[in-house]
Design a protein around this ligand. Structure first.
Ligand code: GTP
Ligand code: MG
Length: 405
């Protein structure tokens, strides 16, 4: 008992570490010999992983860093192939690694087999983010490839969006080409084509940049929700910590966005979109997933309450008081960061209110949204939050401008 608990604590603390260090783990999963290790080598730009025409080359879970991603902290994780005759233990290893990853590259080399489909369904049910990668595209004509992609798309509709279904050639087969020398003599030579993985790299960058840190946090929380009840208190703490981190992350993102690019209040729609993304992710941390639409609605409810309670003028007051405090130097930065701080504060409020709603099992309780909003406002030290916001934003603005200059 103690041992199994210790194991769970270990994996939890590993996850927390991962979030602390802002690591993102990308794991491959797929049948034997579809080219998982080759794909990771192509991504890494090295021969970090051993490959072979024989089935079952990869026997353990191994990892390397994706160096071409500047921000660092992206790990590529290789796993043994699924579906091996006698490989159940290895298959379990692979699934386990995938469950901890933030993003899964599910690699296939032809249309889906029933066991591949089953594995994808399992991943989908557990909430993993999956890219479906059709490897060995060099073996197909353009027409065949498109037909295959269309078929894959159909099989996984509702599980993988079409932008996340990508054809690549990680390790294209040798090509025979005719070379003609200066005397016009033709000889056949074998040529090794370069890997073609650019569409996948682009998509990975997009995802990591857009969702980056929250992706790691999100996945850790999904994993945490699968461990046993005996650690549920610890999980609640983990959730709070994750939620807090995520709220802060979104608050900074919005504050910074507004500070760098001060917008008239007319841009409320864009602001609301950020807040509803936050709500969407928080609902996953609390294992009470809401759709994007539901999240948007919740934000509208919260905005209404905030406006009723604080009046539309509150932003103006806040802005002028902030500007008064800070008149020395850096004037444009300060003005900008004043607006940013307000944006930060509003997202922070939305986050706190949503968290309360989720903790109560997706309910406002007897007093409705008004009471929850009042309680949160009453229990919050506005000035210290705004001060933190300004510090966060200013320090980032300054490091940005010093990096540029
Ligand atoms: N034609 C072609 N062959 C490829 C491609 N990618 C990989 N291969 C070949 O497929 C074979 C298997 O590649 P691996 O990367 O070892 O496959 P794996 O999925 O890691 O296999 P296991 O570790 O055994 O599960 C090797 O002979 C590769 O050269 C590709 O894009 N095109
Ligand atoms: Mg392998």
């Amino acid at each position: 008992m103690r041992e199994s608990l210790a194991g769970e604590y270990d994996s939890l603390s590993e996850l927390l570490n991962k979030i602390e260090n802002e690591e993102i783990h990308v794991a491959v999963l797929g049948r034997v010999s579809v080219g998982k290790s080759s794909l990771l080598n192509a991504l890494a730009g090295t021969d970090a992983f051993s490959t072979s025409p024989l089935h079952g080359e990869t026997r353990t879970v191994e990892r390397t860093v994706w160096q071409s991603y500047d921000a660092g902290g992206v790990f590529l994780i290789d796993t043994p192939g699924l579906d091996e005759a006698k490989g159940e233990a290895r298959e379990a290893l692979a699934h386990d690694a995938a469950a901890r990853a933030d993003l899964i590259l599910f690699v296939v080399d032809s249309d889906l087999t029933s066991s591949e489909l089953a594995a994808l369904q399992q991943l989908h049910a557990s909430g993993s983010l999956v890219l479906l990668v059709l490897n060995k595209a060099d073996r197909y004509s353009a027409g065949e490839r498109d037909a295959l992609l269309a078929s894959l798309k159909q099989h996984v509709s509702g599980m993988v969006t079409s932008e996340n279904i990508i054809a690549v050639s990680a390790d294209p087969a040798l090509q025979t080409v005719i070379s003609i020398d200066a005397n016009g003599i033709e000889t056949e030579v074998e040529r090794k084509p370069a890997p073609n993985i650019d569409p996948l790299v682009d998509r990975l960058w997009d995802i990591i940049e857009q969702e980056g840190k929250s992706l790691a946090a999100l996945n850790a929380s999904l994993f945490a929700s699968r461990v046993s009840d005996s650690v549920s208190r610890r999980i609640m703490q983990t959730r709070r910590a994750l939620a807090e981190r995520m709220i802060r992350y979104y608050s900074i993102a919005k504050g910074l966005g507004v500070a760098v690019n001060p917008v008239p209040v007319a841009d409320l729609a864009a602001a609301a979109a950020i807040d509803s993304a936050l709500v969407y992710h928080l609902s996953r941390i609390y294992d009470l997933p809401m759709s994007r639409r539901e999240s948007g609605k919740l934000v509208a409810v919260i905005f209404t309450q905030l406006a009723l309670l604080m009046g539309a003028i509150w932003t103006v007051h806040l802005a002028s008081s902030l500007l008064k405090i800070t008149s020395a130097g850096l004037s444009t930065l300060i003005t900008a960061s004043g607006q940013g701080a307000i944006a930060y504060y509003s997202t922070y409020l939305v986050g706190q209110i949503t968290e309360r709603y989720l903790e109560q099992g997706k309910s406002w309780g007897e007093g409705g949204p008004k009471q929850v909003t009042e309680e949160i406002l009453a229990g919050m030290d506005k000035n210290s939050i705004i001060a933190t916001a300004r510090e966060d934003i200013l320090s980032r603005l300054q490091s940005q401008s010093s990096a540029k200059g």
